[in-house]
Design a protein around this ligand. Structure first.
Ligand SMILES: *[C@@H]1O[C@H](CO)[C@@H](O)[C@H](O)[C@H]1NC(C)=O
Ligand SMILES: *[C@@H]1O[C@H](CO)[C@@H](O)[C@H](O)[C@H]1NC(C)=O
Ligand SMILES: [Cu+2]
Length: 412
């Protein structure tokens, strides 16, 4: 009874937060969608808090000590809902990571100049195994968690990884608290230069064809905000027409300024309220992944690709090197949030095992190779998530739940 009261109290707080984040003019896709979404999110939070309580009680009955409880469960928040002080703390921790020496040996990646770059190297090295394959979601969950952990353990950050609520700023992401270029943003848009949108081309051995995407309203160097004139050390690797790859397959040293091409065209087309509602109501993981990731190098690239190319520019337009733009981490925060919320909505009854915490699917994206090309075995819970030099590795089974294994977080 007491535990239930706690859950109710937490939910009241969470519910208020959800309601207050509704944008005033979220009308593009119909007025009811933001409210429908807020209801789904509240349902997911209630499920997660309930499941954590239930597990806690069961374990205590058996004389065991639960690792994740309602007392230490933490909530990741939307970037714009952080106070200015909290945003500054996050920004300064990212800059700190960019100033710490790398762990990656120069013999492996001479372009890696910082702890921040260690994460970029790991992503570049594994890009063709960790996308459109069964490990995609758990790999990126662990990747973001380890980045958050590095910010906290190595750079004194006391908050948690914020996320980019895609549809919230879809009409003008360049004016959002994330990218408006003020001292609390992740840096502004690139300076405007007249340009066409990018033509994305499949890397060698990958299906699909060249796709012309719409342009944003920047395209040049980032000159405003905390990451103005930031230096990108690694990449690019490939995937954009008319872009010369950097040395050593992108692992060499190739210092250049950060560019972005944010704008409404990609964001409204690929990551609006309809998209998010559709995503969260998919019946199984194969269907969820098809909506989330779309079909690579076709017009339907889903919100995952849609937001990568909303950031665009350099390195944002290069799937391999994209984590070298600080914006990557708030995008993948939201990717993980979508998956975690969808997982939570799969609980059939209180206390029953939730199939979405163990099912890795059997579709085209459930294998060990990109779109199952060449054909490969289905990904297993016992398979390893390899973090290279960036962080410790783990297994998929350890990260399927955000409140299991080492993890103990959810999203507001
Ligand atoms: C960024 O670099 C440009 C060109 O070198 C320079 O004019 C500008 O002052 C720099 N801005 C900041 C914030 O460092
Ligand atoms: C919203 O996104 C979907 C794809 O998820 C797209 O088909 C639709 O056209 C978008 N709506 C608008 C108004 O652009
Ligand atoms: Cu990735």
């Amino acid at each position: 009874m007491k535990a239930t009261l706690l859950a109710t109290a937490l939910l009241a707080v969470a519910g208020r937060t959800a309601a207050s984040v509704l944008p005033r003019d979220a009308a593009d896709d119909g007025l009811t969608e933001p409210q429908d979404l807020a209801d789904l999110l509240a349902q997911a939070r209630s499920q997660v808090i309930g499941a954590v309580e239930e597990n806690e009680q069961q374990m205590r009955k058996r004389g065991e000590t639960p690792r994740c409880t309602t007392r230490n469960l933490v909530f990741r928040r939307e970037y714009g809902s952080l106070s200015k002080k909290e945003r500054l703390a996050y920004i300064n921790a990212v800059k700190c990571l960019q100033s710490k020496p790398p762990r990656t040996p120069a013999s492996v990646a001479p372009g890696a100049k910082s702890r921040f770059d260690d994460f970029v190297v790991t992503h570049i090295q594994q890009t063709l195994q960790i996308h459109y394959s069964g490990v995609f979601q758990p790999w990126h969950r662990w990747f973001v968690y380890q980045y958050e952990k590095a910010l906290r353990d190595e750079c004194g950050y006391t908050g948690y990884q914020p996320y980019w609520d895609w549809p919230r700023y879809a009409r003008a992401p360049q004016d959002s608290p994330l990218f408006n270029g003020d001292p609390y943003s992740l840096g502004g848009n690139g300076e405007y230069v007249p340009h066409d949108g990018p033509v994305i081309v499949p890397p060698e051995g990958v299906g699909g064809g060249p796709i012309q995407l719409p342009a944003g309203v920047g395209g040049g160097f980032v000159r405003t905000g905390p990451f103005a004139n930031m230096t990108v050390n690694l990449g690019p690797v490939g995937g954009l027409r008319d872009t010369a790859p950097g040395p050593l397959g992108g692992l060499g040293y190739n210092p250049r300024g950060l560019k972005r091409d944010l704008g409404p065209a990609m964001n409204t087309r690929y990551a609006n309220y309809t998209t998010v509602l559709r995503l969260l109501t998919q019946p199984n993981v194969d269907a969820f992944r098809l909506v989330s990731e779309g079909v690579p190098y076709t017009v339907e690239i889903g919100p995952h690709g849609g937001i990568h190319y909303t950031i665009s520019g350099d390195p944002g337009g290069d799937l391999f090197t994209s984590p070298a733009d600080p914006a990557f981490w708030v995008h993948h925060g939201q990717m993980d949030r979508m998956w975690a919320v969808w997982q939570a909505l799969g609980e059939l009854a209180p206390g029953a095992n939730n199939p979405r915490l163990t099912d890795l699917g059997s579709g085209e994206y459930a294998h060990n190779t990109w779109q199952n090309q060449p054909p490969s075995p289905l990904t297993q819970l016992s398979d390893v998530i390899d973090m290279g030099y960036a962080a410790p590795s783990t297994t998929i089974g350890n990260v399927m739940s955000t409140t299991g294994g080492e993890l103990c977080y959810f999203y507001l």
